[in-house]
Design a protein around this ligand. Sequence first.
Ligand code: AMP
Ligand code: MG
Length: 416
Amino acid sequence: MPKSATSARPALKLVSADDALARILDGVPALPTVEAPLLDALGLVLAEDVAADHDVPPFRNSAMDGYAVRGDDVASAPVELRVVGEIAAGGFPQGEVGPGQAMRIMTGAPMPAGADTVVRFEDTDNASDVVTITAATPRGMAIRQAGEDVRKGETILTKGAVLRAAEIGLLASDGRASVRVRKRPRVAVFSTGDEIVDLDAPLEPGQIRDSNRYTLASAIRASGAEPWVRGIVRDSPDALRSALREAGAADAIVTSGGVSVGDHDHMKPVLAELGTIDFWAIAIRPGRPLAFGELKDGERRVPIFGLPGNTVSALVTFELFVRPALLRMQGRGNVARPRAKARLLDPVDKPDFLRVFARGIHDPDAGTVRLTGPQGSGILRSMSLANCLIDLPVGPSRIEKGETVDVILTEQPESR
Ligand code: AMP
Ligand code: MG
């Protein structure tokens, strides 16, 4: 008789990081589209083509504070012009500008008829009845034409565009209060482990703080998804079962801990009972054990990622496998971070059968990368100090100082 169900567990299948990622990207659904208020759409993928409702700017206006004049009158300087009025932004010009005349005009105010040029205050004596223009000004100066940014009817954004601040602004300038986008995934996140306590509880002997839930919730948010922060789940099948059932209301689930082969790692049997699951030992360091599958929630299938408990392993596997999946669920085509080549400043010893993702400090100007220091899978400071992951392939057991290596630029967004 085995001491527990888990001690009878067969060895995990060993898969490559590339295979694991391909299967994950294959297995996650694209989320449905929703109509989102404009300010909630930052970072999301547009699910419609947008044609301009009107010209932007809607009318010909001044680009400077100055005087609206006729170009013929200011071809040479000095010249005196009679001031026939004043227009502020938001106002509308009364009358027009004839030969020998000028109208005071502020930035953004509509151009009066007759005028085709603005002379900025700095090139005048700023007088109110008769103004002296002190610098010759070419015709057409400091004028913004109607529609010079966007023409009515023109396609300003196409389906698939990722909405950054500039795109949100374009939509606002067109008067769009809401926009059709692919839904922002709501991702349940919880920790497992009898030794884990939350931040407000006293730390008793044998206990450690729950850092993973905070790390992972933050990484979820940074990937454009919305974390749904759940609790700490005890190492019991019943506790895990009810936590997973509740989390089934989310679009995806991320857990940490309980996925290796210890006596109290209950993820495997419980997930097998509630859905379909693959358990893998991925041929990487850090972060070997990883569970990926689907939880059944009625008719729905909710992707679930069971990450290892070690702090570095949890965050590295999130970066390599969960972030791309959450981006794909949001409808993003490219889910790969930018990479670079760099000259390694420290030698690295590694198991030849594993692909190692060492934490590095990349200097793009020097074209170099060095290690952050100790690389244990529980040394979270190695992630805090890092600005990249050094991707060391299966094969060699030592990479020498001076060799060229591949780095993953984890501080840079995936290109659109
Ligand atoms: P496990 O994957 O459950 O075997 O946990 C591996 C290691 O990670 C153990 O040393 C745990 O104490 C630690 N660990 C697990 N969960 C967390 C967490 N939420 N925060 C910090 N460390 C954790
Ligand atoms: Mg555990």
